[in-house]
Each structure stands twice: as structure tokens, then as C-alpha cells.
Design a protein around this ligand. Structure first.
Ligand SMILES: [Zn+2]
Length: 185
């Protein structure tokens, strides 16, 4: 496999640069390109000016269930599903496009992004592995990330049933999720 086509390699380099710019960790770069670890490290350092952080990625669905991450993850998944099911895009391309839309929405609302690209990528992998599903809220009709084995009948989302500490960001977040519904097909 050493003699791969130079065009394929150039395509991988372009994807790796875009992923690093969006904050991807090494694990994602290694999984999504066929470039060597050495090459990926060089790309990372050239783009970011520092070495990539070490350590494993968290392998748990729990983070996506906590209040604020759940709202952000659900927003991202709405975009991802739009690209995947509505436009037939798959895998990394759909993830990157959905992540750009997520960042645009978050920045337009003057909210700090909570979902990193690597988290978003992990989220899609959890969906692919049937560990997570989208549940429709019976109050607002929005679709939210939920555990695959949780019953979805009568599901109420974190925005409609909100912990009191989350009050400050509620209005902005509700607006964001409603906007996601608009692009769903
Ligand atoms: Zn709701």
C-alpha cells in the first residue's frame, strides 16, 4: 500500500489540514486518512504550531446526555442527518459540512461551541454503532440525542425540562434547535 496514488495522498493531506484547522485530534486524523502518523504529526504542527495533545479519546456516550452537550450534539446531528439523508452525503464529508454549519449557527448566536469536531465525529460513530438514537420531544417536537435503549415515547428534551442552572442560555439554545428543524427533510 506504499505506492498509493499521489492524487489520493493529496486529497488526504487536504482533508487532514481541514480537520486540524477545525480542531481534530490525532485519533480522528488516523482513522479518516491513509497518511502515516509521522506525516499527520507534521501536518498538525504546521497548521497549529504545536504538537497534538496526547491521551485517549473518551469512549462513553454519557457526555452527550448532559444538558448543554446534548443541546449542541442534537443541533449538530440535525445538520448531519440533513446531509446524510437529504443530500446522500456520507461519512467524513457530511461530518465536516455539518460541523461548519454547527459553528456558523453557534457563532451567529454568540454562544461558545461546546461540541468539538472530534466529539462530533465520535457522536456519529456512536450513532453508526446503534448506541444512540434521535428522540422526538413530545413538548417541542425537536429531535434530540438519546441512548438507543431508552424508551422514546413521551420523551421530553432538556430545553423543555431544563435544570435551573441552565436558564441563562435557554432562549438562545431554543432558537438554535428550532432553526435546525427548518433544514430537516
Ligand atoms: Zn422539547
Amino acid at each position: 500500500m506504499r505506492n498509493k496514488r499521489i492524487i489520493d495522498e493529496a486529497d488526504d493531506v487536504r482533508r487532514a489540514v481541514e480537520m486540524v484547522r477545525l480542531g481534530a485530534r490525532m485519533q480522528m486524523l488516523e482513522a479518516e486518512t491513509r497518511l502515516s502518523r509521522e506525516k499527520l504529526l507534521r501536518i498538525y504542527k504546521e497548521v497549529r504550531g504545536v504538537s497534538p495533545p496526547k491521551g485517549m479519546l473518551p469512549f462513553s456516550t454519557d457526555w452527550f446526555m448532559t444538558w448543554q452537550p446534548n443541546v449542541h450534539s442534537s443541533l449538530f446531528m440535525g445538520f448531519y442527518r440533513y446531509f446524510e439523508q437529504g443530500l446522500g452525503l456520507g461519512g467524513l464529508d457530511a461530518i465536516i459540512k455539518a460541523y461548519h454549519l454547527y459553528l456558523d449557527q453557534i457563532e451567529a448566536g454568540h454562544i461558545e461551541p461546546v461540541l468539538s469536531l472530534t466529539r462530533a465525529w465520535t457522536l456519529v460513530r456512536f450513532f453508526d454503532a446503534d448506541l444512540l438514537q434521535l428522540a422526538e420531544c413530545r413538548e417541542c417536537g425537536g429531535r434530540y440525542v438519546a441512548h438507543a435503549y431508552d424508551p422514546v415515547r413521551g420523551y421530553v428534551c432538556g430545553l423543555c425540562n431544563m435544570p435551573s442552572r441552565a436558564g441563562k442560555t435557554r432562549r438562545a439554545a431554543v432558537k438554535k434547535v428550532r432553526e435546525t428543524d427548518l433544514v430537516e427533510v
